[in-house]
Design a protein around this ligand. Sequence first.
Ligand SMILES: [Ca+2]
Ligand SMILES: [Ca+2]
Ligand SMILES: [Ca+2]
Ligand SMILES: [Ca+2]
Length: 551
Amino acid sequence: MKVSWRQNPVITHVAACAVAITALVLVLGMRATAAPGYGDPLNITTGTVYLVGTAAALQDAVYSANDLNVPATILLSNGTYVISSQLPIRCNNLIIRSLEGNRTNVIVRGPDTGPSATLPHVFDIYSNNVTIADITFGQCLYHGVQMHGEAPYDVTGTRIHNCRIFDCNEQFIKGSSANEDPVGSASGVVENCLFEFTGGWAYQYYTGGIDIHKGVDWQIRDNLFRNIRNPGGGMAEHAIHFWKRCDTYVQNVVVERNWIINCDRGIGFGLGAVADGFNGGSSVIRNNFVYNDGSGPNTDVGIGLESADSVSVDNNTIFVPYWAPIEYRWTATSNVLIRNNLVNSSIASRDGGTATKSNNIENAQPSWFLDLPAGDLHVIYGTGNVIDQGITIADFADDLDGQARPKQEGWDIGADEYDPATADSDGDGMSDGWEVEGGLNPLSSVGDDGPGGNPDSDAMSNAWEFAADTRPDDAASVLAITGVVVEAGNVRLCWQGGTSVVQMLEYSSVLLPDPTWEPVFTNNPPTSTSADYLDVGPGNGPAFYRIRASR
Ligand SMILES: [Ca+2]
Ligand SMILES: [Ca+2]
Ligand SMILES: [Ca+2]
Ligand SMILES: [Ca+2]
């Protein structure tokens, strides 16, 4: 047997003896949270399955499903489906989704766009338990989805998942009701969707993201809204608006973990002084980001409660150039809690609205946030008056990113729970917590504090040390093979490294010209700073080993 070693960058061969082998470090990015407004493909199927590839086939499948009215799934192959008339959905328990799950590859739209678009709606829903998932749709005169909440339809159970909805002249998702009808659409979910005007502006003021009248038991979560703003006279409706209240049931609407960027108005419950509707319940608006750069002429409220009853407004982060990022208006606004919100100006009562406020910060500064112009309101390292300064709320235990609260000593104020293990305030690929522990500046990405720095003058840059979880302030702390011992024909490898990342011991019988590295042993964290492994029977001939690490 011949055991060899390599030392980066010089490769040396030593015959038949125990030697050290240098580590190779694989640098990977930090674990990223899921992008806002995106979700995993739904991948569910029910009943009769239609596979379609053209607009005509899609329309035929909808008509057939409507006629049969038994559970059905329409799967759309990749492509663009240009429809000139809306798709009327009258089949209960219908799923419409992309076959492959990639929403960018399946587009259902009208033939033209802009203020004179000719397609009325894309989906016009009269039935219950309809799911639309993993597609892109838009370019219509009115609504991307119209749900008929008025009798006799009283649509329930609509689910819109992982869709991109674009360029609808009026409200992108509309839940209608009738004046004489007590209840609108109910028990729906809109999640992981992107709503946007692709040209940066709406075409008129009468538009909005989600507008539902007399809705009950809705969940609006993990969506991204952008550019729902009118460049001319009159402000657009909210990105998320539950307008009139149901007459017979409590509202119980949950709006959580949404990002709203550059929309005239963010989230609204109620509108105006009209105090009708059924009081009580436990609606919540929590863990949302609302940002507006103010470049439009109609910049308005982040969260507006108008004649809204029994709503908790908790742990939202709002930065808008409007005098009151959160307003509660009119005397019918009552039984309202406003807690742990991080906003840049007043949380204000108007026209007799009442609320109980606790633990809000109303003077947020631009420098507290990770990327304000992009609407990324994650707080950065050192925002001490925000981090750990919230009150514990029994109703929920996560943050905007779906990560658990608290992370350190207590709840943070605002939608983001700061986590030093994942936060990267200077964007240099190394987490704040690791930088601080290693004596680096978590707010500097250059020089000794950046990924290319090497303040301890060992063989590893800071980026490599981070990937290996070794210390950037200790030259003795590196990822390296420290010993090779031949034991009765087997090889024992000894190495050192960090404690919190995966280590992979690999073998190749050749080094030049191209090694073929095969896995020998995976050392899962938590790992000891010193470890060893007995490789049984590598056989006769040269043997090369390396140790890798990755987060
Ligand atoms: Ca960093
Ligand atoms: Ca740094
Ligand atoms: Ca170093
Ligand atoms: Ca080191």
